[in-house]
Design a binder for this molecule. Structure first.
Ligand code: CAA
Length: 689
């Protein structure tokens, strides 16, 4: 079996190089081989100093996240770090590319550290709901101080090795020639008889106790009331570093790490980490290469169309934006300009880039202008008939091989494809608002869509910096279906007298970025009404339709479920909205467990999407809900939350609701199967894509 660590001795210097592609994650084999190579170098009489480096694109990306679901094999990363630190010969870390998490902890356990000037280091564990559990919370403050350690560990953001935060931890930063530099450094160490310099015995980082206390206070205030557990635990461990002997602090850290590792929050964040990496892997990508997209066509310059046009420009595409007449076009181009200006203000675009960018934006009022487009996204049709008409016209003007995309989350892609002679090139796309900054895009694949069109749209959205998620088109893509289910479940409460703002507040408290009624106002109540009418099983009064017909459009005309008066951009509760429904406006209905009810509806809808092959996996659903609909990542999404609470409990709750309120709540048969088999929704993989 190939060794995960190479061993080479020249001129009294042993070079131990980690070789575990692609990122030198500290998996069991690498840990074992590193411990063996270290022991060999220690025993080798010829060796006076040891250099530890990494092959490939970086030094080490930390613990192997794939191993977190089972007990760790020995030596686990903390033990490995102790072995390195306690080695009787000097160990020098030579860091290129990146040293992250356990990889940085390993470097901090070395006696000396060198880095290439391009390298970045950080503690991203907090993104997994964890803390640096291999001595990092104890060693880092001893070298760089509590304030810098907290900044790195609580934000989870890697920084350049040249940054003032981490520079004190390095003996030397080399612009080039890291390997040769490390050997020279090792030679100097041998020649000068320099001894191992254990980080646990260092105290340079403690020289500003007042500064450390201030940093701790500042972070404590910032974290007050936050639901995430890991940042608070990091704070306590870093605080302990200055108060406790190293070994005691290490035990404190270990106990906190184990506690986080076994907790729901870290489990949810690990689920999201895996799911986000799996989501963009579409089966179609192996079957056809993407076609190049030089020119992007956008039909319709409303907020979605303008956002997509701006995103396309920023990503380097030539954009043709078509509106129905000159005044609409002027308004659409002004909208694009506003999105671009905002991008400059937020640092996504420099002013210099902004100045030149509109030279490749062409505003037109005739679809004929799209004859050279490689990809056309339609965002103009307000209903199925209007969309079909646009697709029929597009078919007549675009060139062979152009990919035609419906920008509607709901919509019948087969019906649109039937308007064209190129069904293999027709598909759907849904980008959550705000379009430019939304981190993901759902790609709705029709039954006749070909792999090349899917690969082309995938390549396009990836180029916009968005994560692509696969969905089967027809009857609503993933996020819209789950939100509709959530809102329908909430409507049942509103119609029984529970105030919408109470529901929104409880859902935000649970971990949603926006409450369902805030979301409905953003989307527009007429469209929300459409979504609910398309939701399978949703019957009875459609309160969004009632409000829309009473002139309450949502945020667009400043009155929907909330009123958006001047000075109240976030909206104020409006009892007149509920009064239109003929229910008590005092919010006196019995709310029960609001998040439990709404999440049950979402998880059940998710199970239905999995059964129908509309979503490929439970992970994809959670990626959409956390990335596109503001659900807290540490909740892991509705599928992960259902698994954490137990599928049996979910099914029983659904059965009770179905008895009381009817068919929408009928448990998806998939739940019965998973309960019988002891399975989890989050592990379901449909064979689509
Ligand atoms: N464990 C397992 N796999 C990892 C990994 C890790 N720590 N880091 C990256 N990978 C995998 C990725 O999943 C990906 O796999 P696929 O090709 O199968 O999708 C592959 O390595 C390449 O990763 P990227 O596509 O992300 O490559 P990149 O060049 O864009 O970025 C990186 C490289 C900066 C290292 C980035 O992958 C990253 O930030 N990784 C996460 C690192 C991390 O969170 N480390 C902390 C681990 S927890 C810990 O260490 C606990 C402790 O205290 C002991």
């Amino acid at each position: 079996m190939a060794q995960a660590v190479s061993y080479e001795v020249t001129d009294g210097i042993a070079v131990l190089q980690m070789r575990n592609p692609p990122v030198n994650a500290l998996g069991a084999a690498l840990r074992r081989d590193l411990a063996e190579a270290l022991a060999r170098a220690v025993q080798d009489r010829e060796v006076g100093a040891i250099v530890l480096s990494g092959a490939g694109k970086g030094f080490c990306a930390g613990a192997d996240i794939a191993e977190f679901e089972a007990p760790f094999a020995d030596p686990w990363v903390p033990e490995l770090c102790d072995l390195v630190e306690n080695a009787p010969k000097p160990v020098i870390a030579a860091i290129h590319g990146f040293a992250l998490g356990g990889g940085l902890e390993l470097a901090l356990a070395c006696h000396y550290r060198l880095a290439g000037a391009e390298a970045r280091v950080g503690f991203p564990e907090v993104n997994l709901g964890l803390l640096p559990g291999a001595g990092g919370t104890q060693r880092a403050p001893r070298l760089i101080g509590a304030g810098a350690a907290l900044d790195l560990m609580i934000t989870g953001q890697p920084v350049p090795v040249t940054s003032a935060l981490v520079r004190p931890a390095f003996d030397m930063i080399l612009k080039e020639g890291l390997n040769a530099g490390a050997r020279l450094f090792a030679r100097k160490v041998i020649d000068k008889g320099m001894r191992p310099r254990r980080t646990r015995d260092q105290g340079a980082g403690f020289r500003d106790p007042a500064g450390d206390r201030k940093a701790l206070q500042t972070w404590r205030a910032r974290l007050a009331g936050k639901a995430e557990k890991a940042p608070g635990d990091i704070l306590r461990c870093v605080e302990a570093a200055a108060l406790l002997p190293f070994e005691v602090g290490q035990e404190f850290e270990r106990a906190a790490f184990d506690d986080l590792l076994g907790g729901d929050q870290s489990r949810a964040l690990r689920h999201i980490w895996r799911a986000e990496r799996a989501a963009p892997r579409f089966g179609e990508l192996a079957r056809a290469p993407p076609r190049p997209v030089a020119q992007l066509g956008i039909v319709g310059g409303g907020s979605r169309g303008a956002g997509l046009a701006a995103a396309g420009l920023i990503a380097g595409h030539e954009v043709v934006l078509v509106e129905r007449d000159a005044p609409s076009l002027t308004a659409a181009l002004a909208r694009v300009a506003r999105v671009l200006d905002r991008a400059v203000r937020r640092g996504r675009l420099t002013q210099v880039q902004r100045d030149g960018i509109e030279a490749v934006l062409h505003g037109k009022t005739d679809l004929v202008a799209l004859s050279e487009a490689d990809l056309v996204i339609e965002t103009a049709g307000h209903d199925a008939r209007a969309r079909a008409a646009i697709f029929a016209q597009l078919d007549a003007v675009v060139r062979d091989g152009a990919v035609l995309v419906s920008g509607a989350a709901y919509g019948d892609v087969e019906a649109l494809a039937a308007q064209t002679g190129c069904a293999q090139d027709v598909l759907a796309l849904h980008v959550p608002l705000p379009t430019l900054t939304a981190p993901l895009a759902e790609i709705g694949v029709g039954r006749h869509t070909g792999a090349a069109a899917v690969a082309t749209l995938h390549g396009f959205v990836t180029g916009l910096g968005k994560r692509a998620v696969w969905a089967r088109a027809g009857g609503g893509l993933i996020g819209s279906r789950l939100m509709a289910a959530c809102i329908h479940a909430a409507d049942g409460l509103v119609l029984s007298g529970v105030a919408p703002e109470r529901i929104d507040r409880d859902m935000r408290g649970w971990g949603m970025g926006f409450g369902p009624y805030q979301m409905a106002d953003m989307l527009g109540l007429a469209r929300m009404g459409d979504h609910l009418e398309a939701l399978p099983g949703a019957t009875g009064v459609n309160p969004h339709r009632v409000l829309a017909e009473a002139g309450r459009a949502g945020r667009r005309n400043r009155v929907g479920w909330y009123r958006y008066d001047a000075g109240a951009p976030r909206g104020v509760p409006d009892p007149d909205a509920v009064a239109l429904l003929g229910v008590g406006a005092d919010g006196a209905g019995d709310p029960g467990d609001i998040p439990g009810r709404l999440l049950a509806a979402m998880a059940n809808e998710g199970a239905r999407l999995l059964e129908a092959g509309i979503a490929r996996s439970g992970g994809d659903i959670d990626v959409v809900m956390t990335g596109g609909f503001g659900m807290a990542r540490w909740r892991g999404g509705p599928i992960c939350a259902a698994d954490a609470a137990g599928l049996l409990a979910l099914r029983n709750r659904l059965r009770g609701l179905a008895e009381a309120e009817g068919g929408f709540w009928t448990p998806a048969p998939l739940l019965d199967r998973l309960i019988r088999e002891g399975g989890r929704l989050g592990d379901v993989e449909a064979s689509a894509g």
